[in-house]
Design a protein around this ligand. Structure first.
Ligand SMILES: [Zn+2]
Length: 238
């Protein structure tokens, strides 16, 4: 159910970004896909083994893929990129899953407004596209997908009673800003502030260096066009 709603939300978001925002098609498709996947994230606090394994696996696989351009910006050779991707996958798939199983509470802070912000900020930092606007579009897609889950959880907890709508016990536990446990709420806000500072610094850096990076790429493309095709040579291996 959550997947269906977030997929529909993602499709609407992608269509809007393309039609109104004038975003390129690949950005819109990725935004739609991430919005759909983000609808599963809040239930990472669900300790039911199968659900947890599936959502964590999806997040673990997507995160290193989002970071590929980041690794390239850091000048990492391809071999290290593959190794780093595998390390991140394992850390999220097993490390994070273990932490979640041990410490998270169902309908705890994972079902909250600041948690949606954290998901968006992590995406913004991971996805190092050259054009800053594309990063905002992608990060917002994750926040919207995440929120679609919370809204649905809230709607679900309102049932039609004999005298009009009746609230079930879960009401108000999904779309909240502060949880029952102080430490997890505080931790979430610390994450929001820390990631926010990182993201702001990163956005500033990438916007400042964008002209230089664009220029460097143009120079490289021009050099590639000017270069004479090399005569075919037999490859040699060392
Ligand atoms: Zn939920």
């Amino acid at each position: 159910m959550h997947g269906l709603v977030s997929t529909l939300t993602g499709a609407a978001y992608a269509a809007t970004a393309w039609n109104v925002g004038g975003m390129p098609v690949p950005t819109c498709l990725l935004a739609g896909g991430l919005c759909a996947a983000a609808g599963l994230l809040p239930d990472l606090d669900n300790h039911d083994g199968e659900t947890l394994g599936e959502s964590v696996g999806l997040a673990a696989a997507i995160l290193p893929l989002l970071m590929i351009h980041r690794f390239e910006q850091w000048g990492m050779p391809l071999e290290f990129i593959v190794l780093a991707g595998a390390a991140i996958y394992l850390a999220v798939r097993y490390g994070l899953a273990w932490l979640l199983e041990k410490y998270s509470v169902h309908r705890g802070m994972f079902h909250s407004f600041p948690a949606a912000l954290v998901a968006g900020q992590v995406t913004f930092l991971a996805f190092g596209a050259e054009d800053p606007l594309h990063r905002y579009v992608i990060a917002s897609a994750v926040v919207i997908g995440y929120l679609s889950h919370l809204v649905l959880d809230e709607l679900w907890s309102v049932t039609q009673g004999q005298f009009g709508p009746k609230h079930k016990t879960g009401f108000g536990t999904a779309f909240k800003c502060w949880g029952k446990e102080a430490w997890s709420s505080l931790l979430t806000y610390v994450l929001v502030v820390a990631l926010g500072a990182l993201a702001a610094g990163d956005a500033h850096w990438s916007e400042r260096t964008l002209p230089q990076r664009r220029y460097a790429r143009q120079q490289m493309e021009q050099a590639a066009r000017m270069a004479q095709p090399a005569p075919p040579q037999a490859p040699y291996y060392r």
